[in-house]
Design a protein around this ligand. Structure first.
Ligand SMILES: [Zn+2]
Length: 303
């Protein structure tokens, strides 16, 4: 069942990859896994933002080939944003079961989620034994680096093409939606089509290649913990209940009447991945202590 799901996801990914610019569809390898790697010249990122790229390097393989990372820990570049900024994932552990934490999907308007992700990374670097042997944990601190670079606050929410990256996933996708009860502090769209954005495609490819079994997507602020799926899928609901039990975030979440379209956690739940959104208490704090308890419960959770 799991391998059937993975091949279905892979087919979907490869199908969608055909129209992508060079670089977006390439696979990734950890930077530190092999002291003598076979190097493949990486495709150039878009020229407009070359200055945004760090001095680091990454390994890539032929375009369209999707490979899970090999053993080892370190930072992986899984793709590039519209403006060419790298989308990075930090890996902990070498277990056969993969879990994922995603922050910064709403860029500068939810920058405290990225700050939290970096605090969790620092904690795990100091306490690597926190990750059980059977697991590999990936943390993606900033899925929307262009929005974060543009502005803090509401103007930093969308990506460089004005797309809300949590409305771009192939799950109940719509190009536009009623703003009643929803975030409405600026113009955003769901994109030209599902997974139209390179940030979305990079994460779809990564999740498909690694076989992620559970994920947390951090947001802010205040509405609580949401389970993936509409209606919520059983394993996502179980994960949400488990995390709610060790935190004070509202669960069930506060219902503002907003209709959610194209969400990451709904796409994940539809593809057999237990997935939850967690909204931090405000737009400023990282709630670190509370989220260390959540991290511990997330790593101990059994599907
Ligand atoms: Zn958000």
């Amino acid at each position: 069942m799991a391998s059937h799901l993975r091949s279905t996801l892979l087919a979907f990914v490869l199908g969608l990859s055909l129209g992508l610019p060079t670089g977006s569809a390439a696979a990734y390898e950890p930077e530190t896994a092999d002291p003598h790697p076979v190097r493949v010249e990486p495709p150039a990122p878009p020229a407009a933002s070359a200055e945004a790229l760090p001095a680091g390097e990454e390994l890539r393989t032929e375009q369209g080939e999707v490979q899970p990372p090999t053993s080892g820990s370190g930072t992986l570049v899984i793709g590039y944003s519209v403006e060419g900024r790298p989308i990075e994932v930090v890996r902990f552990g070498e277990g056969s079961h993969s879990r994922l934490i995603v922050a910064g999907i709403h860029g500068g308007s939810e920058a405290n989620t990225t700050a939290l992700a970096h605090e969790l990374i620092a904690y795990l670097q100091a306490h690597p034994d926190s990750v059980p042997e059977r697991l590999t944990l990936y943390i993606l601190p900033e899925l929307n680096p262009d929005g974060a670079a543009r502005a803090s606050g509401p103007q930093g929410r969308a990506n460089a093409r004005g797309v809300d990256l949590n409305r771009n996933w192939p799950a109940a996708w719509q190009p536009a939606w009623s703003r009643s009860g929803c975030w409405n502090l600026g113009p955003t769209t769901g994109g030209e089509r599902p997974a139209s954005e390179p940030e979305t495609m990079s994460l779809i490819q990564f999740v498909s290649a690694t076989g992620v079994e559970a994920l947390i997507n951090y947001h802010s602020a205040a509405l609580g913990i949401f389970a993936g799926g509409q209606p919520p899928e059983a394993s996502s609901l179980h994960l949400a209940e488990t995390l709610a039990a060790v935190s004070t975030y509202p669960f069930p979440p506060i219902d503002t009447g907003c209709v959610f379209t194209g969400q990451l956690i709904d796409w994940a739940a539809n593809n057999g991945i237990a997935a939850v959104d967690i909204e931090l208490h405000n737009h400023r704090d990282t709630d670190l202590e509370e989220n260390l308890a959540i991290l511990s419960a997330f790593l101990a959770w059994k599907p």
